[in-house]
Design a protein. Structure first.
Length: 143
């Protein structure tokens, strides 16, 4: 789901917290080595996201925030901030072309640039995949 997170709206915040869990506490963030990605360049995206991004002439960039049960892909258009909320069980992430990662949730997707020399991007994607596998392992154990 794509949400406008520009304003401090309690209902939207609760919706995100219900879907992905509360934000990770500071000490846990430090132990993990950070939960936020560097600035990521969007190479292509789904029509619904593209319709928001084409409203201005800025470079299309996003960032990713990790949560206990998923990720938030954040991007800006005009003066508004948007979030693509993706629980781990709906996250499909794979490396496409040589310099690109694809992040999918249902019909929404974002493809980001990741050049071979950008080690921090590759490490962050690996961290997301590790968290996803741990979350799915925990879900299987609960059954």
């Amino acid at each position: 789901m794509i949400l406008n997170v520009s304003y401090n709206n309690k209902k939207i915040k609760e919706k995100i917290d219900r879907a992905l869990g509360m934000p990770i506490p500071l000490m846990e963030r430090i132990k993990m080595g950070g939960i936020g990605s560097p600035k990521l360049i969007i190479t292509s995206c789904s029509m619904s996201i593209n319709n928001l991004l084409i409203l201005d002439n800025n470079r299309n960039v996003c960032n990713i925030e990790m949560r206990p049960k998923g990720i938030i892909v954040g991007f800006r258009s005009l003066l508004e901030s948007y979030a693509l909320v993706i629980p781990y069980y709906k996250l499909v992430l794979y490396k496409g072309k040589a310099d690109e990662y694809s992040i999918y949730r249902d019909q929404h997707f974002v493809k980001i640039e990741a050049k071979p020399n950008e080690k921090n991007v590759h490490r962050f994607i690996a961290k997301i995949l590790s968290a996803k596998s741990q979350q799915e392992g925990a879900r299987i154990d609960d059954l």
